[in-house]
Design a protein around this ligand. Structure first.
Ligand code: NI
Length: 192
């Protein structure tokens, strides 16, 4: 496993559409391992393959509070969504920034796991926000295009050296501040 470089906004790869994965290969399996390691290292809750420069329909996520529930989504698509949530989110590719985005409050996603077995996953709040954010990456869309109002600067915590990534990809701490999302499923850091 290796930590890969996270591409940042302005990098054209982030605006490109990812391609379907036809079959799992050792190379793609290694990519998935690296994406998970990169996401955890950056304290993110999600990461799309295009964010590490690979145009494949692959997303990794972990919205659990103790960072113990990795989820790998190959060729994911949203098959059901409902409701609405408005809250802040960030992105590992837009370090140091947050913005308010309205997303579905519930989504069900169909995908393949890393063995190319089909499965479905569903969830609300942070899970739903993260799925929407990551699937947008797969079609080359960044959350900054959806932000209501201005992008905000992340305030670095006292005495902490800021890498700009602490709150990346849907910071739940901030999401809680929006009130109705106070019970956000994943209280962990957020980074998509
Ligand atoms: Ni992102």
């Amino acid at each position: 496993m290796a930590i890969r470089t996270i591409r940042e906004i302005g990098d054209p790869v982030l605006t490109k559409k990812c391609k379907e994965v036809a079959e799992m290969t050792p190379r793609l399996s290694e990519l998935i391992d690296d994406m998970l390691e990169t996401m955890y290292d950056a304290n993110g809750v999600g990461l799309a393959a295009s964010q590490v420069g690979v145009l494949k329909n692959i997303v990794v996520m972990d919205v659990s509070s103790d960072r113990s529930a990795p989820l790998v989504l190959v060729n994911p698509r949203i098959i059901e969504s409902s409701g609405e949530q408005t809250g802040t989110e960030g992105c590992l590719s837009v370090p140091g920034k947050l913005g308010v985005v309205t997303r579905a409050n519930y989504v069900k996603v169909a995908a393949f796991d890393r063995d190319m077995k089909p499965f479905e996953a569903e969830g609300t709040e942070l899970f739903a926000r993260c799925v929407c954010h990551e699937l947008d990456h797969l079609v080359g869309r960044m959350y900054v295009e959806l932000v209501q109002g201005d992008l905000m600067d992340v305030e670095p915590a006292d005495g902490e050296e800021s890498t700009g990534n602490e709150e990346a990809e849907a910071a739940p701490a901030v999401q809680t501040a929006s009130g109705e999302n106070a019970e956000a499923a994943g209280q962990g850091e957020t980074g998509r």
